[in-house]
Design a protein around this ligand. Structure first.
Ligand SMILES: *Cc1c(COP(=O)(O)O)cnc(C)c1O
Length: 374
């Protein structure tokens, strides 16, 4: 059996090496390293895949900040999100003076618990920011209904869910990140569609808003050296766009592989000890950015796996309301019991397209061995 990696970006590259190498060489030959046709071409291809407007930018964190700026959110405005997420969601809001307001996570989906949102809405609330954690959509239909009722924007943090389908109760399907007013995506190397460095994108179905977003990401520029608003400098470089253009062709294939491996994990891990397997919500497909189990014996299990050569990760060990940087928001321990519990019980197992069946069998056998001690 081969060494088990938590993720295998090099192995993934080898499956499309020739195309990627050629795409990179082409950019170098052209010397159009920024703002090139390669970037526009990739934006248009991803736009077709998602059926929306795509504006590439420097990373997922910038995408969130640019989204807030594009919706003219002002210092003191409140945005509601989950404390069980990567820091960017909250950091960018705080950075431009918005007040992050938390609503607890749901223990099955790991996503924002929609029953916790409405009581957090105040006259200053401007937006809800669902995060589609680990590759599965938040309950968007309920979130859209709340947003409509209270006149709020919906900004999707879709950084972990590119390619995920949301199923509306009337049978319509839409890709994660294209459902709210704006969707934000990251091409960080380990994401569903990962670059060989940093990258990000902003999605919107609103053509006018997409022009504004493009301007903000480019110094607030209207025409050359003419600035109509304060902006930022956030761009995807041409080499990353070229790589992403190749990898996009294989994204759906990769997702199918991940789903198959996850189904194999599900089957093999059912009924073992106190393990809670990742729930599949009826309203969303799961693109398995992470395969995350829950157990009260998380730390011991992680240590045991490590001793047998199996890497695993904890996403996330501390919910944001308990992080030093965000204590100023005034939340206390015990205020978001589900997020706090999750941070102590979640464990993400190795999952990537190159993971083989015998490796999953080995991982499962070690987990079974762990539980035989109890
Ligand atoms: C990765 C990620 C981001 C930030 O993306 P970067 O490209 O690293 O800036 C934001 N939100 C979530 C939920 C993420 O997983």
């Amino acid at each position: 059996m081969k060494i088990i990696h938590f993720s295998d970006l090099y192995g993934e590259y080898l499956t499309m090496k020739q195309e990627i190498d050629e795409a990179i060489a082409e950019v170098i030959r052209s010397t159009h390293f920024v703002k090139s046709g390669k970037v526009l071409k990739f934006e248009s291809e991803l736009g077709k895949y998602l059926t929306t407007n795509v504006i590439a930018c420097g990373n997922g964190t910038d995408a969130l900040q640019i989204a807030f700026m594009a919706l003219d959110l002002q210092p003191g405005d409140e945005v509601i999100t989950t404390p069980f997420t990567f820091v960017s969601t909250v950091e960018t809001a705080a950075l431009i003076g918005l007040k992050p307001v938390f609503a607890d996570a749901d223990p099955d989906s790991f996503n924002i618990d929609v029953s916790q949102i409405e009581k957090r809405i105040t006259p200053r609330t401007k937006a809800i920011i669902p995060v589609h954690l680990f590759g599965q959509c938040a309950n968007m239909e309920a979130i859209l209904a709340l947003a409509k009722k209270h006149g709020l924007f919906v900004i999707e943090d879709a950084c972990q869910a590119l390619g995920t389908d949301y199923h509306f109760s009337d049978g319509r399907k839409q890709k994660a990140g294209t459902i709210g007013d704006i969707g934000c995506n990251s091409f960080f190397p380990s994401k569903n569609l990962g670059a060989f460095g940093d990258g990000g994108a902003i999605f919107t179905g609103d053509d006018e808003l997409s022009v504004k977003i493009r301007s903000i990401a480019n110094h607030g520029m209207k025409a050359k050296y003419e600035y109509e608003r304060i902006g930022v400098n956030s761009r995807l470089d041409s080499i990353q766009a070229a790589i992403l253009g190749v990898k996009l062709l294989y994204l759906d294939q990769k997702i199918v592989k991940l789903q198959k491996s996850a189904a194999f994990y599900d089957e093999m891990l059912t009924g073992i000890g106190d393990l809670r397997l990742p729930a599949r919500m009826s309203y969303s497909t799961h693109t398995l950015h992470q395969y995350t189990i829950q157990t009260e014996k998380r730390d011991e299990l992680q240590e045991f796996l490590k001793s047998k050569g199996i890497p695993s990760m904890v996403y996330y060990p501390t919910p944001l309301h308990l992080q030093k940087a965000y204590l100023y928001l005034g939340y206390r321990e015990g205020e978001f019991p589900v997020s706090e519990k999750l941070s102590q019980t979640v464990l993400s197992l190795p999952l990537h397209p190159e993971l083989e069946e015998d490796q999953i069998e080995y991982i499962v056998s070690i987990i079974m061995q762990f539980y035989r001690q109890y």
